[in-house]
Ligand binder design. Sequence first.
Ligand SMILES: *Cc1c(COP(=O)(O)O)cnc(C)c1O
Length: 403
Amino acid sequence: MVNDALIAARLRAYTGLTIFSEMTALAQAAGAVNLGQGFPDSDGPPEVLEAAREAIAQGLNQYPPATGLPVLRRAVAERRATDHGVAYDPDTEVVVTAGATEAIAAALLGLCEPGDEVVVFDPLYDSYGACLAMAGLRRVPVLLEHDGTRFTFDPDALRAAVGPRTRMILLNTPHNPTGKVFDADELALIAGLCIEHDLIAVTDEVYEYLVYDGLRHLPLAALPGMRERTLTISSAGKTFSTTGWKVGWACGPARLVTAVRTVKQYLTFASGTPFQAAVATGLTECMPWVENLRATLERRRDLLVTGLREAGITVLAGNATYFVQVDARSFGTDDGDALCRDLPASAGVAAIPSVALYDDKKAGRHLVRLAFCKDESLLATATARLAGRARATDPATALTRRD
Ligand SMILES: *Cc1c(COP(=O)(O)O)cnc(C)c1O
C-alpha cells in the first residue's frame, strides 16, 4: 500500500495506477479483447530487430554518450531534413532520450521555472499532467471540441489562455486520443501567439508517420520563425512498433536542447545503447516498412469504424494515431468511465474512458477510447461484441425483443 503521507504534496493526485494499467487488469481478469492500452500486437521491422540483436552481440552494451549514439543523432537529423525540411546539427541540436516521455519531462523541468504556466490542449496525454505537477507548473487547458466533423478549438480560447506567466505551449500533433492532425491554419495561429508573446513551443510528434486519409503531418518547427523557439519531440516506439524500447529524441536550437540534456543527464544519463543503434538502422533503411504500417493501420481504423457505425454506434474518428473514440450514449449511458469498468465483463472488450485524459471532465465524460493497432481478427471480434452490447442497451431493440 502506498502511504500518501510520504508522497510530496504536488504528486498526491498521481499515486493511483494509471487508467491504462487499471483497464488492462480488468481485461485480463475477464479474458477480454484489450482495445485499451495503445500498443501494437505485432513486431517492428525484422531489420530493426536484427540490428538490436547484432548490436548486443557486437558488444554495444555500455553507456552511450549522454546525448545518444552519434549514428542515431545523425539519422534523426536526416529524417527531419528529408521528411519535414527542417535541418538540425546532430551534435548540438539533437538529444536522444528514454522515450518521448523523458524528453517531455526534461523539457518541462529544464525550460520552466516553478509557477510558470504551460498551455496544453485538452484532452492531454496522461504523462503531461504528472510532469507538469512534478515541475511545479500550472497547466492552462484549451479544449478541443468536436464540431460534428472533427475536433478543433476556439481561437479566442487559445488567445485567452496566454497570459503574463505563460512560458510554453505544449502541443501534441497528431493528437492522442482524438486522432486530430493540427492543420496549417491552426498551427499558424499557435505559431503567431508563440512569436507575439515570446513563448517556447514543445511538440510531441510521436505519431508523425501514422497519418491517414491523404493528410500530412506538419511540424510546428517548419513554420516561419518557429524553428528557433520549438523543441520537437518524437520517438521510435510508435514508428517502428517498439514501444518497449523507449528510444526517443528531442530536436531544436541548442539553447532548448541543452536544457533537455541538462535534466536527462541526471535523470537517466542515458539508456538502451543497442536499441539506439537499431533505431538508427530503422530511420535510415526501414521507412518503406513504416509506410506499410501506416497503410495497415488506416485499413484497421476503417474496419473498426465501419463495423461500429453499421451497428449504430457513434464513432468520433480522427485522421491519425492508434485511436478512435466512441460515444458511450450509444450504449445507453453518458458515463464513459462506468461503461469502461463494465465492458470487459459484459461485452468481453476493454477500452479507456477518455475522461481520464480530460481536464474538463464534463467534456470528456461520454467518450471512450478504442485502440485499433491490433490484429484484424481481434478487431472484428471486438466490433461484433460491442455491436451486441449496444443492441442489448438500445430501448427500441429491447422492446422488439420483448414482443
Ligand atoms: C505513446 C505516447 C508517448 C510516449 O512515447 P514513448 O516514446 O513511449 O515515451 C508520448 N506521447 C503520446 C501522445 C503518446 O501517445
